[in-house]
Design a protein around this ligand. Structure first.
Ligand code: GLC
Length: 586
């Protein structure tokens, strides 16, 4: 994939659960008709790419992540024809679409599994992972992903008279990726959706997909990453500029491996992107590590954890990108933080046991976690959008939607989109008892108060702010692909950094605390404000003899040599922030 095709490096992604977004036919369940009607909204919000959560035929016991047919649309959401209409209308507006590819496992209702369990001689038997007996000791590194909801990764199937392997729920039998036939099926599924015009796939559970499933000899892959490399080759051959956007929540030392590297070097051990050549596995990785540390920084009101995580993250090879997010539609997983960090996050943002899940996560949306404080919410997203990578929002983030802790598990954060103050939040005309999930009603986050219609007409609303932010982010390719350097400041509550690329140089400064403060930075040229309201002024005409480069003294050959606009003081209110462009090269 040539540089000109790397649209994803600088695109805002927006995750949509079709079922909860907009109901076009009034049956209480979101569908493609409703979603297509809302494309004008997405266009004015300024997002570049929609990621659709699974909408395939499914018993829907895990929000559609239990697929029983990879080639269709669940009746509740419409038809394949409705999907095509949607994809075409999105394309007309310049909005790309990626779809979830859930091939670590199927539903137990998938015809492959039904045939596999009924007939030991079926060609589908080896599509799954079987054992005659339970292992003597549970595998310490391969426990259930949802502790408390599942207590084993092996379940007995009466018809098969054997145990099958499932890292997720028992109704999601794992596919045996070591079987070449299964890999061929995966290629076919990708080929199908690429023909329908999608711009790529969000690869579900990529880490577990290539694991040695069940620790069995028969599932051991000679070259686990070869599976991902092969998928990438296929997508490039068939998909023009389509991408793989992966869920790979792995340990920091293994993360870089998922980008791949054409030089054969392990990204996690390499020093620079240039040394790694072009990535040849996943184009984009969901940045779970950054998420956890960013939330820790918000909890501590200190910038330290952001510095830490930028050091922990492996370098990206050419064309590799992070998708940065604060919340998604699962739990906020803090499991990769040190134990005391986890406790701090729980104390700050999930003080009640009921707000926590799986011993590692928080089942709340961001707005309530931040007490609905509009300044702090903007600070959090401004920071997110300014960090190396490209941003991901989940539907409803842009209006500050809340959650419903009365709903079970992760469903708490999956309530219907709040379009207006009308009945059912404008999500559906069905009787409220018919809705796929209840809308959040009453209180600070109820649809009566928090909704698109109310915010659309208010220039100071979060929605309007996000529309500006999304467009602004598109104008700052330095953030997507530039080199990031953290700048020295005195106050530990302040995070200041700059992003430099061929395009130019953006400097951002954020105050994580509710105590006003200030930060002084040496800049190479006069700053132009991009975002935020912090006042700034020049306090010294030159940098006082130190070499100049936006604050920490290493003139770096970025075209700024010799330039010196002196020191600038930024006055930061509570949760104040500011982005400035210091130089533009085009
Ligand atoms: C991913 C999804 C999650 C789902 C799981 C099983 O982690 O994000 O929602 O439950 O995969 O498919």
């Amino acid at each position: 994939m040539g540089t000109k095709d790397r649209w994803y490096e600088n695109a805002t992604f927006y995750a949509i659960d079709v079922e909860a977004f907009a109901d076009g036919d009034g049956d209480g369940v979101g569908d493609f008709e409703g979603l297509t009607d809302r494309l004008d909204y997405l266009e004015s919000l300024g997002i570049d790419c929609v990621w659709l959560l699974p909408f395939y035929p499914s018993p829907n016991r895990d929000n559609g992540y239990d697929v029983m047919d990879y080639y269709g649309v669940d009746d509740r959401h419409g038809t394949l024809g409705d999907f095509v209409e949607f994809a075409r209308e999105a394309d007309r507006r310049g909005i790309r679409v990626i779809v979830d590819l859930v091939v670590n496992h199927t539903s137990d209702q998938h015809p492959w599994f039904r045939k596999a369990r009924e007939d030991p001689d079926s060609e589908y038997r080896d599509y799954y992972v079987w054992r005659e007996d339970l292992p003597e000791d549970p595998d310490p590194v391969r426990g259930p992903v949802f502790p408390g909801e599942e207590d084993s990764v092996w379940s007995y199937d009466e018809a098969a008279e054997a145990f099958y392997y499932h890292r997720f729920y028992h109704f999601q039998p794992d596919l045996n990726i070591a079987n070449p036939e299964v890999r061929e099926e995966i290629r076919k599924i990708m080929g199908f959706w690429l023909e329908l015009g999608v711009s790529g796939f969000r690869v579900d559970a990529a880490t577990l997909m290539i694991d040695n499933k069940g620790g069995l000899e028969s599932t051991r892959l000679d070259d686990p990453h070869g599976v991902l490399r092969d998928m990438r080759h296929f997508v490039e051959r068939r998909g023009d500029d389509a991408i793989l956007f992966a869920e790979a929540d792995d340990a920091p030392e293994h993360l870089g491996d998922y980008f791949g590297s054409t030089t054969g070097r392990q990204p996690s051990n390499a020093e620079t992107a240039a040394e790694l050549g072009e990535g040849d596995e996943m184009n984009v990785l969901l940045n779970f590590l950054l998420d956890a540390y960013l939330v820790l920084a918000l909890a501590e009101r200190e910038a330290g954890p952001i510095r830490d995580v930028l050091d922990l993250l492996p370098p990206r090879p050419e064309g590799g990108q992070w998708a940065n997010f604060l919340r998604n539609y699962d739990e906020l997983n803090v499991g990769r933080l040190p134990e005391d960090g986890q406790q701090k996050v729980f104390e700050a943002f999930a003080p009640d046991e009921d707000m926590r899940i799986y011993g590692r996560g928080i089942r709340r949306r961001l707005a309530p976690m931040l007490d609905g404080d509009p300044d702090r919410i903007r600070l959090a997203y401004s920071l997110l959008y300014s960090l190396p990578g490209t941003p991901l929002l989940v539907y409803g983030d842009e209006i500050g939607m809340g959650d419903d802790l009365d709903l079970p598990g992760r469903t708490a954060v999956r309530t219907p989109m709040q379009w207006s103050g009308e009945r059912n939040a404008g999500f559906s005309t069905a009787d409220s008892g018919e809705l796929v999930r209840p809308v959040v009603s009453g209180g600070e986050y109820g649809y009566e108060t928090v909704n698109v219609a109310a915010q659309r007409g208010d220039p100071d609303s979060l929605l309007q702010w996000f529309s500006r932010l999304n467009r602004l982010r598109g104008e700052c390719p330095e953030i997507g692909t530039g080199d990031c350097e953290v700048l020295d400041v005195d106050d530990p509550a302040v995070f200041a950094h700059r992003m430099v690329s061929d395009h130019g140089r953006v400097v951002a400064v954020h105050n994580l605390d509710d105590r006003p403060t200030e930060a002084t930075l040496d800049l190479v040229a006069e700053p132009d404000r991009l975002l935020g309201e912090a006042a700034f002024e020049q306090v010294r005409p030159d940098s006082g003899g130190t070499a100049v480069a936006d604050g920490n003294g290493d003139a770096d050959g970025s075209g700024a040599a010799g330039a010196d606009a002196g020191a600038w003081r930024f006055e930061l209110d509570r949760y104040g922030f500011c982005w400035v462009r210091v130089e533009q090269h085009v």
